[in-house]
Design a protein around this ligand. Sequence first.
Ligand code: 5AD
Length: 350
Amino acid sequence: MIIDLIDKLYKTNYLEHDELVYLIYNMDEYGKEYLFEKANKIRMKTYGSKVYMRGLIEFTNYCKKGCKYCGINVANKNIERYRLNIEEILQCCEIGYDLGYRTFVLQGGEDDYYTDEMMIEIIKTIKDKYLDVAITLSIGEKSYESYEKYFKAGADRYLLRHETADVKLFKKIHTNSYYKNRMKCLWNLKKIGYQVGAGFMVGIPSQTKEDLAKDILFLKELEPEMVGIGPFIPHKDTIYKDEQAGTLEDTITMIALTRLFLPYSLLPATTALGTIDPLGREKGLKAGANVVMPNLSPTSVREKYSLYDGKICTGDEAAECRNCIEKRIVSAGFSVDMSRGDHINWRKRY
Ligand code: 5AD
């Protein structure tokens, strides 16, 4: 019975592989409702009704990687590439800080134009200027030494989705990115002391339910502080352009399961979720998510950071995004929290 399995998961925060696969295969409407309710209940116990806000700065869409699903992959000659310089990045931070953000997420393609020295300068400048902010990096696979340098410069968190925990599927959807190295990077980030974010896409072409079970069990093993889960959405300039997007239901089911496996994790209701359904993020929050990442990038570059088609909010100024998301959070029955929003078990390193 799936209700018994959900109860067991709720009580123990764990299911064996076969149980989890059974649960995913047999999930019906009633089961989902029950699951979302339990996930929401756990989130209420851990973080309450607070939704943490992160200001996202997409500072470069140059990328040397050839991830087959991603619109900014190196092979795409159809997009206009851009880079923000340090002044432009600082300007985003200034606007964000004034709007109340205390976490800045610096995200970009894997772009060697930004040397370690430049990244260190960017991190240090932000941290010197704003003493009460957290910096999250999301710039892909780097060496242990580079990760360590950024951490020492003041970076607090690092987002690197594992994308899929199945080796074969990982190989199928990437060209010059390797499963082993992705895993190594994640463990290195943990070892260095970052609050780490892993995560995966739901509905990647040929992905099976067993693959999704693997994703969740991998997360349980890694125990990241943050987990980004979003639907795969096709991009017109990729080989997957005619494929189906992942569904809202499947994605929020995975968010809810992750909340039950990792009760204290910080789980974003992603932009991709808001892209496949106008109320996707609200539904994500109700299924256990507790983070949103509104955009602080200049509107002039927003559309160029196109990982998938149809991305929402590309025309809105930072202040509009801030207000729009606040309204949505409140109307869904939650409250906005503008603090740094560290993981509950996080101890300050200073
Ligand atoms: N659909 C959904 N998510 C995507 N990402 C990249 N391309 C797509 C796509 N087509 C996600 C990846 C990456 C994150 C930054 O965006 O999971 O880690």
